[in-house]
Design a protein around this ligand. Sequence first.
Ligand code: GLU
Ligand code: ZN
Length: 295
Amino acid sequence: MPASSYVGRFAPTPSGYLHFGSLVAAVASYLDARAVKGRWLVRMEDLDPPREMPGAQAAILQTLERYGFEWDGAVERQSDRGEAYAAQVEQWLRSGLAYACTCSRKQLEGSNGIYPGTCRNAQHDWHGEVAIRIRVPELEYTFNDRLQGEFRQHLGRDVGDFIIRRRDGLFAYQLAVVLDDAWQGVTDIVRGADLLDNTPRQLYLQELLGVRAPRYLHVPLIVQPDGHKLGKSYRSPPLQPEQAAPLLVRALRALGQTPPAELARATPCEVLGWGIAHWAAARIPHTLTMEDARL
Ligand code: GLU
Ligand code: ZN
């Protein structure tokens, strides 16, 4: 059988343990890759040491292992990729596509998170404690999500020039994710719907880099009954290894799949094996959020 050209990935941020919502995203990207005999990578998005929870990286990988996931190759870490990110930022600074921004948080109050372009033509020195922003065009970016359908966003009006390197010197998620997905040859991104409205920025960066855009599938975000995203508003407890099979079955149900009830008593690998054999991405609910309590 010819090797599939599909390359998928799971890219957790080690700011906490894996929670049920991240498990759902991991299951979706894993099954989507393995159902077509594609590769599946794990990338640790440890870009932000101050927000990292000590021990989270090891705990996440251990949970993935105990839940039966098998990834291809070594786990790449964004903390090892600083040189690549810095080189790209520098190239865009030199070409004038990126520029230094000295605005304080206070100065940006009231602009609804849309950067008003204050420093665009100010020619601030880019050495030192400044944020680096990329210029965006007055254009709408559109893509066709495999699940959510067509999504459009006008970068100039709805986003504005966005940060690719923060004032504290840390690189921005938007930059790192695009450079890494391209570097690792990722063809298919399956992730939580909270990132849907980040995608047009990422498409724009891919266009600047001249790399092919991957396909996207944004799965519903699991929220608490009060509407809060799981894992972000409070620290979720780790997913227990004894719960692996039943939680994997619950994740499959959240994804619209129809596992038989007795699968909850199988091994985690068997649950995932069933998921691979029966994967039907079209059955995933076409919603952006889903209440945890209803599952
Ligand atoms: N690291 C991001 C997160 O945990 C996911 C990034 C992505 O999948 O593009 O929310
Ligand atoms: Zn500024």
